[in-house]
Design a protein around this ligand. Sequence first.
Ligand SMILES: [Zn+2]
Length: 85
Amino acid sequence: MKEINYRKCIACGKIKNKIELVKITCEYRTKDIMIQPDNKTFGRSCYICKDELCINKALKRGKIFKILRVKSIENFDKKIKAVLN
Ligand SMILES: [Zn+2]
């Protein structure tokens, strides 16, 4: 049986099945921000709904970067919104 993992969206606070969320990880060595990283990527992570409203909320005032404790990244909004398409 497949295990269901639940995670909380940092924008709306709802708890959802991991597959309904976008995972963002700040790789612990390189500090690269990875969108939907593979299982071999370790670092500080957060989850956001695959929803433009939640993504916009997470990007507002750099909330997501504060959570990941990194500096803001140029064009990150475009990169993360590409996941929605
Ligand atoms: Zn959400």
